[in-house]
Design a protein around this ligand. Structure first.
Ligand SMILES: [Zn+2]
Length: 192
């Protein structure tokens, strides 16, 4: 049967089409009654035809750029943490595979930082530190001029500014753990 189908693909498809026209709800009903099986069959098929699935998806994305952007945004919105992690991992992989590009990426990052809106004076910054009692905003460890680091509540790379209001005192360890998270995201992670 499979052999015949392979050799008479058009015919086989026409038979399938006619059958579906005759019994339009049959397939849907079968799916409804065999949900688990249907899902696992689909999964198995996709696994076996991985290349085709990827190619089809790529073609669809190219032909439907707006729909693709929408569906991507929806997927990311469902699990932003996961996609932030994936993006960071991809980025760091790219950087270690392209050492020559790293310098350029660093320069671009520096440019973004320099171009960020807002400016603060040293005294405004120290006022902020004073306000927070010379303590790390996150772990509350006591800081001094040598251990104090400047954290951007909303990182510049995420659209934050250089205004003093966006600056928080942090210890080196918390600052590096927070990386490019916003203060809200990082506090949520600490609370989890
Ligand atoms: Zn800390």
């Amino acid at each position: 049967m499979r052999e015949w189908r392979k050799n008479n693909l058009e015919k086989a498809r026409a038979i399938g089409r006619r059958h579906r026209e005759k019994f339009p709800n049959e397939q849907r009903e079968w799916y409804r009654n065999n949900r688990e099986l249907a899902i696992s069959l689909t999964k198995a098929w996709r696994k076996k035809n991985k290349e085709k699935v990827v190619l089809d998806a790529k073609r669809w994305a190219k032909e439907n750029p707006e729909k693709y952007a929408e569906s991507k945004a929806r997927t990311i919105a469902k699990n932003p943490e996961k996609y932030r992690r994936l993006h960071a991992a991809r980025q760091s992989r790219y950087r270690s595979n392209h050492p020559d590009r790293k310098a350029r990426i660093d320069r671009a990052r520096y440019a973004r930082v320099r171009m960020a809106p807002g400016e603060y004076s040293e005294s405004k910054w120290l006022q902020r530190v004073e306000y927070h009692g010379w303590k790390c905003f996150y772990c509350k460890v006591k800081l001094n001029k040598n251990t104090l680091t400047q954290d951007h509540a909303i990182p510049l790379i995420r659209g934050g500014s250089n205004h003093a209001a966006n600056l928080l005192p942090a210890c080196r360890s918390c600052n590096s753990k927070k990386k490019d998270l916003t203060v809200f995201e990082y506090l949520r992670r600490l609370a989890a």
